[in-house]
Write a protein of this length. Structure first.
Length: 238
């Protein structure tokens, strides 16, 4: 996947091969390991990364459900000085936010991220009132992540597309949870849909045919229900 392909609502399967690491320190809540990826950023201002990363020690720790990385052996059994492996077992997540940084932000390590996707594990619903939720992933740094797209609601639409539903109502697609009705009335679009114009105002006959074919059967409700079954969670309440 490339950066432009990530968007809120995407259901992904994420994994990372387990790689040798060394335990540096252990606390009641976390195990600190010498990270086998990244390099210290000598030009970072106000950051002094020591090469270690903390991982939640067990299922009773607050960070455990958000943390994607796991250790072998299990973090709760590790002691300082022990050898271990760190990676991500195949995990289904859903994207709640995509952030882009230009220029890339300073973190204290290299490479500096120019994109971050924030994800929740399967079974966890987004809380729009939460100050912070989920785990951030930089899909383009040195960590050998494997990211596969499992399902994308409204995959046939691009952000910013204008569509008309079968009742003649006009909508702007800002994402599967953000369908804006130009008449400012409540409701959801009734399929089939007709692509009126892309986000840049262009009219593409090929894309119009694609949207028409994709919405000949099904509905907004069935699209969202497919998403629910994939993530075992509820869409965010906007």
């Amino acid at each position: 996947m490339v950066e432009s392909e990530f968007r809120a609502g995407d259901v992904l399967k994420v994994s990372c091969s387990f790689t040798p690491a060394r335990v540096i320190d252990v606390s009641s809540a976390h195990v600190s390991i010498r990270w086998p990826w990244w390099q210290s950023d000598p030009d970072a201002v106000g950051f002094d990364w020591n090469g270690n990363v903390a991982i939640a020690r067990g299922a009773d720790m607050p960070d455990w459900s958000a943390e994607l990385f796991r250790t072998e052996p299990s973090a709760e059994t590790l002691q300082a000085g022990a050898d271990c492996r760190v990676g991500i077992p195949p995990t289904v997540v859903h994207v709640i936010e995509v952030q882009s940084f230009d220029p890339p932000i300073e973190t204290g390590w290299l490479p500096r991220p120019h994109c971050e996707i924030v994800v929740l594990r399967r079974g966890v619903s987004e809380d729009v009132n939460a100050v912070e939720q989920g785990s951030g992933i930089n899909p383009y740094d040195d960590i050998p992540l494997i990211i596969d797209l499992v399902f994308r609601p409204y995959a046939f639409l691009n952000i910013g597309d204008d569509v008309a539903d079968c009742r003649g109502r006009l909508w702007r697609f800002d994402g599967p949870w953000d369908l804006y009705a130009y008449d400012r009335q409540e409701g959801i679009p009734t399929w089939p849909l007709a692509l009126v114009a892309g986000g840049d105002g262009s009219v593409d006959a090929e894309r119009q045919a694609l949207v028409a074919a994709a919405t000949t059967i099904g509905s907004h409700e069935t699209e969202i229900e497919t998403w629910r079954r994939a993530v075992h969670a509820e869409p965010p309440a906007r």
